[in-house]
Design a binder for this molecule. Structure first.
Ligand SMILES: [Zn+2]
Length: 274
């Protein structure tokens, strides 16, 4: 483990995702970080990907001990920022609300609907601090992600609305049909509050949503099962890992001076940013 005093500049790009991402980091070192919001899901792995300094944090913990509603989201984003991270790539498994996007489809969502209920979804528990969230995801990294995916042989969906449910259960058929009727595209359980917490720390955040199943409202069988989800994700994890590594290589050295970087302009924060 590296000592805390030397961790301020360890990585500028982070991947927050499933445990299948450990293998893609070279010269990996574990860094144990503590935050005002407790410990993150796991020690952060820091190393090199495509010659860049990259951090990896397994969202659910390496043994998958945190279900979606118990993930320490605030500690996770805070810890990443504290080691120098400014750009976060978030590969995630989702259900599809449309038969157009079947299992194995990669979607780069552009909108989010929050249907979670029990999570601590802000750092701003005092003062008048309201970040813009009309466009919840980084506008600069999206085109790089889509172009790189195409070069790698994916046929990515360039937009989509991700509805984040509380879980850990899957949606009922009626809920799923209602989501689809709104024109929403995907269902997941971890995209909120991860995205808004990233915005509150002025981080660029980009989800890479891999469809693992058709949600209950669009499929005709008995509904989604966990086994189905894990099977499709496992079948695609290597491709997805290769894609994330290629996106990292394609990102500019310095992040763009975009809306994420300016999310806190004019806001008096109740704390010092890590
Ligand atoms: Zn950005």
């Amino acid at each position: 483990m590296a000592d805390l005093a030397s961790t301020a500049d360890l990585a500028s790009i982070a991947v927050v995702g499933g445990s299948g991402f450990y293998e893609f980091i070279d010269h990996a070192e574990q860094v144990k970080i503590d935050t005002p919001f407790g410990a993150p899901s796991d020690p952060i792995t820091v190393g090199e990907v495509s010659g860049r300094s990259v951090a990896f944090l397994p969202r659910h913990g390496r043994d998958h001990r945190f279900p979606p509603h118990k993930i320490p989201y605030r500690a996770n984003m805070w810890a990443l920022r504290s080691i120098g991270v400014r750009r976060v790539l978030a590969p995630t498994a989702v259900g599809s609300l449309t038969s157009v996007y079947g299992p194995g489809t990669l979607v780069i969502p552009d909108q989010l609907v929050d249907r979670t209920r029990t999570r601590e979804a802000t750092y701003f528990d005092e003062g008048a601090c309201h970040v813009p969230f009309a466009d919840p995801y980084c506008p600069s990294i999206r085109p790089v992600t889509i172009a790189t995916a195409r070069e790698q042989g994916w046929v990515p969906a360039r937009s989509g609305t991700l509805v984040v449910i509380e879980g850990p259960r899957f949606s009922s058929r009626a809920e799923s049909q209602w989501f689809a009727a709104q024109g929403w595209t995907l269902v997941g359980m971890t995209g909120h509050p991860e995205a808004v917490l990233a915005r509150e720390l002025a981080l660029c955040y980009t989800p890479l949503a891999l469809v693992t199943d058709l949600d209950a409202g669009v499929e005709e069988g008995a509904g989604v099962t966990q086994a189905e989800v894990f099977k499709v994700f496992a079948a695609n994890i290597k491709r997805l890992r290769d894609l994330v590594a290629t996106i990292i290589a394609a990102l500019p050295e310095e992040r763009e001076d975009d809306l994420c970087a300016h999310a806190l302009d004019g806001i008096t924060l109740p704390f010092d940013l890590p």
